[in-house]
Design a protein around this ligand. Structure first.
Ligand SMILES: *[C@@H]1O[C@H](CO)[C@@H](O)[C@H](O)[C@H]1NC(C)=O
Ligand SMILES: *[C@@H]1O[C@H](CO)[C@@H](O)[C@H](O)[C@H]1NC(C)=O
Ligand SMILES: *[C@@H]1O[C@H](CO)[C@@H](O)[C@H](O)[C@H]1NC(C)=O
Ligand SMILES: *[C@@H]1O[C@H](CO)[C@@H](O)[C@H](O)[C@H]1NC(C)=O
Ligand SMILES: *[C@@H]1O[C@H](CO)[C@@H](O)[C@H](O)[C@H]1NC(C)=O
Ligand SMILES: *[C@@H]1O[C@H](CO)[C@@H](O)[C@H](O)[C@H]1NC(C)=O
Ligand SMILES: *[C@@H]1O[C@H](CO)[C@@H](O)[C@H](O)[C@H]1NC(C)=O
Ligand SMILES: *[C@@H]1O[C@H](CO)[C@@H](O)[C@H](O)[C@H]1NC(C)=O
Ligand SMILES: *[C@@H]1O[C@H](CO)[C@@H](O)[C@H](O)[C@H]1NC(C)=O
Ligand SMILES: *[C@@H]1O[C@H](CO)[C@@H](O)[C@H](O)[C@H]1NC(C)=O
Ligand SMILES: *[C@@H]1O[C@H](CO)[C@@H](O)[C@H](O)[C@H]1NC(C)=O
Length: 744
């Protein structure tokens, strides 16, 4: 209720702001926020802010720029960028942009995209233990700064206490925009708002609080959600610092691209070490890298040595649904953990099936009640649990079996006692719990079908719900969740995406707290799901790696995470997809993150920022488009461009026709000085893979050795896709690369 009221206030407050620009010739109703790319200023001293600003202002229409920087002018300018691009964001009409195009120094402009948020137990599940191993070796991420671009932060939450936290490192230049700096301490060392500069960077809903605490929250004992999953809540890097860059609306989850760019611009300036972005384009909104503000900004960050971890999107399980797919970022998919909050369905025939439920209620019906599956057919569709159907079928006091897409409020209104919410076939096994207005248990597609068959088999079906509570040790974990976005990448199919998966299903972490002291303890933690949740796990792990290996480049950290990822689940079988079949590389990437192994990968595939230039030229981008991404002067004609698969990436995505293809890779020894590695290839039917040389030896640390891998199609098979595995093995080291092969 509160959020609806406040949203209304937001909308009302918008109109006066726009109406303020009255003396402009163009129709102010047509104003849109454009991101404008201009040449880097050639003259003047642009370390002085005012000069850069006047260069940008010189592109605004003459009608509003007669006196240099007047009020109207100022109100049209939305953000000045210094690091992420040469350019600015301004509110303009299409006509004004046309005029601007004629000015010397103008490169391009586009209407900003709208991005969105990709909405305690996990450290132990990931093998992190308080007094030993990698957590200790990496000093819990001490001294590393994680910048989170999100919906703000709830600064008074106990997860952001700064006991044992050192002060920020000397290089830190960030700001705290909470009134009087009150919300900041040695944990939250910076907090700014790029959505509305007049408001503090507070998170009134919870998303940014949740992601921040997952990355770097401190130890909080007795964290639970409605009494379930009770334990110590802690982020991945409990001694890392946090800086919040608010760029997303905390009520509706939308993030204007111009604000996200401004947030990233500031984060680079401030001196963060790791960037965590649980945001991106919506379903199937793919943008070439030169038209994608996050990809462009992330490149500038990587150039400065900043690691960028980003969510893959929640648009699975369909292929080509992955977003945030630039090779310089770590694209993170979502998987399950071994913890579930179990409620079983006990049918009248004594069959029992496990499902999951958040247990908001003390009075889940445990006696047998009539069970009903309300369906009606009309000319256009079969409608299950729709308001019309519920009018024609009596559900009062009954347990009601419905599809997950149904609105529980409708069933509550019709008098249902409880709901069994079943997945559709596409979602399969993936169970995501959530708060609901009606007692419910969520079951897989297979279980739902069994319950349907039981209902069909008897004239008086009944069911009882039996609460079992928190259960740890599910052997099929981790498994890929249905919603996690799948590759191939649309923009660059020759790069395998997502890169890796991490915990993103039913994740418990800090939840909304207003600036005032916490009164409603029920909301201190909440359980939510999404690649939004898996991304900050990897951000925190990257911080640990950065702390343990300050000399590793972003690409080296990424390689370490990918080549050591687990490819099997807790029972030693291949990681499964939501349909019980082994997950393919477009779902699981290199596998499930294994932080301790990532700390000691043996070999890494390194990439220097300039190495991406021949790759971008190879995507057939124009010089101007490549310049827009990498900055500076680039002429593709003057360098040899490379195929996507030739980038020194830790995984392969090959499109194989009748002619053989050879790619080079270079590995760097970050393990013991004197080791020899032997290659191990698992090739599928119809493809021959050869490695040259198939044995490599190192005599010193940081030594680089190149090898080549050749793919040859030996037989036509009836599949369009297959996969292979390449590993370099030496004693305890296995440097693994997944290979996805699409036949063309
Ligand atoms: C920004 O916040 C201020 C203070 O709450 C408010 O008056 C103003 O309308 C907001 N602007 C926008 C564009 O929402
Ligand atoms: C640019 O400005 C900075 C700061 O005001 C000053 O230190 C520097 O010497 C100036 N450089 C030039 C080339 O004028
Ligand atoms: C959570 O665990 C702690 C420590 O074991 C205990 O003191 C507390 O009562 C538990 N809370 C709940 C809600 O179970
Ligand atoms: C979200 O809220 C902002 C105001 O805070 C508004 O400008 C925007 O249009 C809203 N977006 C959606 C999709 O509702
Ligand atoms: C028939 O089903 C369609 C699709 O669900 C629905 O929009 C429509 O309202 C239904 N008509 C009746 C009379 O129930
Ligand atoms: C229920 O029984 C009918 C008639 O025997 C059959 O057509 C239908 O497929 C059955 N449904 C299920 C879910 O078993
Ligand atoms: C780029 O253009 C060349 C020559 O036309 C073509 O062979 C190649 O496939 C193109 N690359 C991409 C990624 O489209
Ligand atoms: C791969 O390496 C070999 C040997 O160094 C070299 O001759 C070849 O040109 C390289 N291939 C590409 C595509 O760079
Ligand atoms: C590695 O081997 C080389 C040559 O055999 C030797 O000179 C060097 O001392 C060895 N280094 C280590 C660390 O064992
Ligand atoms: C492909 O061929 C194999 C045997 O070679 C067969 O088992 C499989 O069913 C075929 N698949 C399709 C989709 O035709
Ligand atoms: C590659 O490894 C994965 C994970 O262990 C496995 O599921 C897959 O079957 C392997 N591929 C081949 C061709 O053996």
């Amino acid at each position: 209720m509160a959020s609806i009221l406040i949203s209304l206030i937001f909308i009302i407050s918008f109109s006066p702001a726009i109406a303020g620009i009255s003396n402009v010739e163009s129709d102010i109703n047509d104003l849109q926020t454009y991101i404008v790319y201009v040449q880097e200023p050639k003259h003047g001293n642009f370390s002085k802010e005012i000069d850069l600003e006047s260069w940008y202002h010189s592109f605004l229409p003459a009608t509003i720029s007669s006196n240099s920087i007047d009020d109207d002018h100022q109100s049209r300018m939305v953000h000045y960028y210094r690091h992420v691009i040469s350019g600015f964001a301004a509110r303009l009409t299409a006509e004004e942009v046309k005029v601007m195009e004629t000015k010397s120094g103008f490169i391009s402009a586009h209407v900003e995209n709208t991005l969105q948020l990709h909405t305690t137990h996990t450290p132990r599940f990931l093998g992190l233990h308080q007094n030993s191993g990698f957590w200790k070796d990496s000093n819990f991420g001490k001294g590393v700064i994680i910048g989170v671009v999100d919906s703000g932060i709830g600064p008074t939450h106990p997860s952001f206490g700064d006991k044992d936290m050192p002060p920020p490192p000397a290089k830190w230049r960030g700001k705290c925009e909470f009134a009087g700096g009150a919300g900041c301490n040695n944990k939250i060392i910076g907090a700014r708002n790029f959505l509305n500069k007049s408001e503090p960077p507070t998170d009134n809903e919870g998303h940014g609080t949740h992601t921040s605490s997952t990355a770097a929250g401190t130890f909080v004992n007795g964290a639970n959600i409605l009494g379930q999953a009770n334990g110590t809540a802690v982020g991945m890097a409990p001694l890392a610092h946090l800086a919040m860059y608010k760029a997303c609306d905390d009520y509706n989850g939308t993030c204007p691209e111009s604000s996200v760019s401004a947030a990233l611009d500031a984060a680079i300036e401030d001196g963060v070490d790791v960037l965590s972005l649980s945001i991106g384009l919506g379903p199937y909104q793919h943008k070439e890298f030169h038209a994608n503000a996050i990809a462009i900004a992330a490149f500038k960050a990587v150039k400065k040595g900043i690691f960028v971890s980003i969510s893959a999107g929640n648009w699975g399980p369909k292929p080509f649904s992955v977003v945030n797919d630039a090779p310089w970022m770590l694209t993170v998919g979502a998987s399950t953990t071994d913890r579930s909050i179990v409620t079983s369905v006990q049918l009248g025939n004594q069959e029992t099936y496990d499902g999951e439920s958040l247990l908001q209620w003390t009075d889940i019906p445990s006696e047998q009640l009539p069970l009903v599956y309300p369906v009606t057919k009309n000319a256009s569709a079969t409608t299950n649990c729709s308001p019309e159907t519920l009018k024609s079928i009596d559900v009062k006091g009954k347990v009601v079996l419905c599809l997950l897409s149904v609105n529980p409020q409708d069933v509550l209104d019709a008098g249902g006692a409880a709901m069994i919410l079943m997945n559709n076939e596409l979602i399969g096994d993936s169970i995501v719990v959530a708060r609901s207005v009606l007692r419910n248990v969520r079951v897989s597609y297979m279980v739902g079908e069994s319950i349907k068959a039981y209902i069909n088999s008897t004239s008086s079906p009944t069911a009882a719900l039996v609460v079992k509570g928190t259960v740890i040790g599910e052997k099929s974990a981790p498994a890929i969740v249905a919603f996690s976005s799948r590759g191939p990448s649309t923009v660059s199919p020759g790069i395998l995406k997502p890169d890796v998966v991490g915990p993103g299903v039913n994740i418990i972490a800090a939840w909304r707290t207003a600036v005032e002291p916490i009164t409603n303890t029920e909301y201190i933690f909440d359980i939510i799901s999404g690649t939004s949740m898996s991304c900050p796990h990897l951000s925190g792990i990257a911080a640990l790696l950065k702390s343990a290996h300050p000399d590793w480049s972003p690409a080296a950290i990424k390689s370490a995470i990918m080549t050591t990822a687990d490819t099997v689940n807790l029972e030693g079988k291949p990681i499964l997809d939501r349909n019980h079949l082994p997950a393919d590389p477009f779902a699981v990437g290199a596998g499930h993150v294994n932080p301790s192994k990532a700390n000691d990968p043996g070999l890494i595939y390194d990439i220097q920022p300039d190495d991406y230039i021949p790759y971008l030229c190879g995507l057939n981008y124009t010089d101007q488009q490549v310049q827009g991404i990498v900055g500076g002067d680039v002429q593709c004609s003057k360098m040899s461009s490379i195929a996507e698969a030739e980038l020194n990436y830790p995984s392969f995505s090959i499109r194989l026709g009748s002619s053989p293809q050879t790619y080079n890779r270079t590995v760097t020894n970050v393990g013991p000085a004197n080791l020899s590695y032997t290659s191990q290839i698992v090739a599928p039917e119809g493809v021959e893979i050869t490695i040259q040389p198939d044995k490599i030896s190192f005599t010193e640390k940081n030594q680089k050795v190149a090898y080549s891998v050749t793919f040859t199609r030996t037989k036509n098979t009836n599949t369009s896709f297959t996969q292979a595995n390449l590993s370099w093995i030496s004693g305890r080291y296995a440097v693994k690369s997944p290979i996805a092969i699409s036949f063309i």
